[in-house]
Write a protein that binds this ligand. Structure first.
Ligand SMILES: [Zn+2]
Length: 443
């Protein structure tokens, strides 16, 4: 058996394990989804308070009527009486709002940066990681994610398994392998040349990047992720140095947009941010060295900024990075928050992203605390980064981001009003996704 066949067999084994390992709850959820759709059963969510994340208005004693996977109506509880066949969920002690969205996750990866562990990772292991981490993310109240970088298209299979009801997890928009230059942040640089290891997404020059965009789409990518500059968790590259040229990024964006895919650009250095925005990417991920010129370009083009800031706090407090990553983390952390705060104050559009995988999955809502208590955002603006703004960036505004008729019934409940303290979202008590309850049912 050659290596490719062995890898295919290993992946098959992983998928079989995934199927058998799917929890009873997930299978019930899948069945519940089917039942709800086939019989159009109504579920009444009796909410103590409903928070409108567009206006900040809190409405007391509301009932959200869910039919199948969608919201059918929202009205005063006094005006919605339960029919004998209705399922009634009592959230009268909770504040209810739309499910949260994280536009920068790596669900198939874990926070283990020991170089040897990185090298012995396999697609099968990553697929299994994805099953575990998708559930942790959903249980934390994140009902949608944009997954920006995974090896072997494991994110495509994870998305499909979630959509098929095999395993619990958020709605996923996935990129497959991130595109990057030879030797760049998105290549594999740990081994010397005689091992001949090349990252899945490596492509240089116009023709190669066009081919790679088309190949990623062929194998199931919903969006294209690229590395515009160097990064922190990679060996031998400089976060401030541009990697793709303006012309390469223009070619990527032209193909991706023509084929109906958005583009997310990892970019720390100011020139890379500027070029990526000029090229027409839809979001800048990280943005650590953003300057006034890049801010102006992003505002002109409507490019979203996706700061990933809580990871710095977590890494400094609890991380253990190898020396060739650690110093870069220290250098970037020293300036990123000041620059990002300046960009936010200047009015750049922001969508919440965490880079979950650099720290444990399920802590995603800690990012909101950083936006409010370190970046100076209002609590409402912070909630919007994780709802309406994130949905807008993903092109999913008609599906999620607010509680409105016809949208997915993606609903979370917390014990207090998040506008008084966003940290209440670090302890979400109730999670419904597509009309199926995954956490905190009380009837
Ligand atoms: Zn990332």
């Amino acid at each position: 058996m050659n290596r490719r066949v062995m890898r295919a067999a290993a992946l098959c084994a992983a998928v079989c394990i995934m199927v058998f390992a799917a929890s009873a709850g997930a299978q019930q959820a899948g069945q519940a989804q089917q039942t709800a759709t086939s019989t159009a059963k109504r579920t009444l969510v009796r909410a103590g308070h409903v928070l409108d994340v567009t206006t900040g208005k809190l409405s007391d004693a509301q009932t959200i009527v869910v039919v199948g996977d969608a919201i059918q109506s929202i009205a005063a509880t006094s005006s919605v009486s339960a029919q004998p066949t209705d399922e009634v969920i009592d959230l009268s002690a909770m504040t209810v709002m739309p499910g949260l969205i994280d536009v920068h996750t790596h669900l198939t990866m874990n926070p283990d940066f020991d170089p040897y562990h990185e090298l012995i990772s396999t697609d099968a292991k990553e697929a299994i990681n994805g099953v575990v981490n998708a559930k942790a993310t959903l249980m934390a109240g994140f009902t949608s994610v944009r997954n920006v970088g995974a090896g072997g298209f494991t994110d495509v299979d994870l998305r499909d398994a979630i959509n098929a009801g095999q395993v619990p997890g958020p709605h996923m928009m996935v990129s497959g392998p991130a595109l990057g230059i030879t030797g760049g942040h998105c290549d594999e640089n740990l081994l010397p040349i005689h091992y001949h290891v090349v990252g899945d997404g490596v492509a240089d020059g116009i023709a190669e990047v066009q081919h790679k965009v088309r190949q990623n789409i062929k194998y199931g990518a919903d969006l294209i992720k690229i590395c515009a500059t160097g990064g922190v968790l990679s060996k031998g590259d400089d976060p401030q140095a541009s990697q793709y040229t303006l012309e390469e990024m223009q070619a990527i964006v032209a193909d991706a947009h023509r084929l109906g895919r958005k583009v997310a650009a990892h970019a720390h250095g100011a020139q890379g941010i500027l070029w990526a925005s000029k090229a027409g990417v839809d979001s800048i991920e990280h943005g650590s060295y953003i300057n006034d010129e890049a801010i102006a370009e992003m505002k002109k083009n409507g490019t979203y900024l996706v700061p990933t800031l809580y990871l710095e706090d977590w890494q400094i407090e609890k991380g253990s990075l190898p020396p060739f990553y650690h110093q870069k983390m220290v250098d970037v952390s020293a300036v990123a928050k000041r620059n990002i705060k300046h960009a936010i104050q200047a009015g750049v559009k922001v969508a919440l992203g965490t880079d979950a995988a650099v720290y444990p999955h399920g802590l995603n809502a800690h990012e909101l605390d950083v936006y409010v208590n370190q970046m100076g955002m209002t609590p409402l603006a912070a909630l919007q980064t994780a709802t309406v703004n994130a949905a807008d960036l993903m092109g999913w505004s008609k599906k999620t981001g607010t509680l409105e008729l016809g949208k997915w019934a993606d609903i979370i409940g917390v014990e207090r009003n998040p506008l008084e303290d966003v940290r209440v979202l670090e302890d979400v008590k109730f999670v419904m996704k597509s009309g199926v309850v995954y956490k905190g049912e009380s009837r």
